[in-house]
Design a binder for this molecule. Structure first.
Ligand code: SF4
Length: 235
């Protein structure tokens, strides 16, 4: 599977480019909260919700002591505000209680599996969120698996799994060194723009030749809309 991942990674890089990576290491608490806010919403709305929190509170300590209703109002645009506000408040207060301040810096010394075990103890944090913290703030070579990565990896034929957790386990066991960030980011792009959930645009897909799903789901070129091509021109 490793050589196939390598091949797919190269094809996607030649199509979409090497994804930007923030030179500065992102704070793990920032990534954790941003990832919780990104659940079940668009990037645009979760980013606005995150920005509201950053703009309206001095720091995470202040969010921890804010009323849940106030947090909810700030993140409403990202949906599931009540649930997310509750998780965020519990996590921040738990960190305050355990560490004396809101910090996840202690994770930097731990191996990947221990980081995941530590994070999934928190209400509202699953393996996907924990692996985003690993990849985006601790700079570890781990590929988080969201709905797009799970769907595309199965369609392409990299895995045959029923759950994102199993996909995560198999992909990460076979991930070539240094591939995680581009592979994760570009598979999401593929899933959003081409290998869409209801209507995969196989005829314009860069993985058409190696994808095992292509023949079963051939969509004639006539079904590819002008917008699909415009969208591809802009990637
Ligand atoms: S060929 Fe079709 S099913 Fe396969 S990855 Fe591309 S869009 Fe998805």
């Amino acid at each position: 599977m490793k050589s196939l991942i390598n091949k797919i990674n190269k094809i996607l890089i030649s199509k979409f480019g090497v994804p930007n990576r923030n030179a500065a290491e992102m704070d793990p608490v920032d990534v954790l909260i941003a990832t919780i806010l990104s659940q079940n919403t668009t990037d645009k709305n979760s980013y606005k919700a995150y920005k509201n929190l950053k703009a309206n509170f001095k720091n995470w300590n202040e969010v921890a002591s804010a009323k849940q209703k106030t947090i909810e109002q700030n993140i409403r645009i990202g949906g599931l505000a009540k649930q997310k506000a509750k998780s965020i408040k519990i996590i921040l207060n738990e960190l305050l209680k355990q560490k004396g301040k809101v910090t996840l810096d202690y994770l930097k010394k731990l191996p990947n599996d221990e980081v995941v075990s530590e994070l999934v103890k928190f209400n509202g944090v699953g393996v996907k969120t924990a692996s985003c913290v690993l990849l985006f703030s601790l700079n570890r070579d781990v590929c988080p698996v969201d709905t797009h990565v799970h769907r595309t990896a199965n369609r392409i034929g990299l895995v045959k799994t029923k759950s994102p957790e199993k996909t995560f386990e198999l992909l990460n066991k076979n991930l070539p060194a240094g591939a995680a960030h581009s592979f994760h980011t570009n598979l999401i792009k593929l899933g959003r723009d081409i290998c869409k959930s209801g209507r995969p645009l196989c005829t314009i897909c860069p993985l058409f030749k190696i994808c095992t799903y292509a023949e079963k789901n051939m969509h004639s070129i006539s079904k590819v809309t002008k917008n699909d091509f415009l969208l591809l021109d802009n990637v």
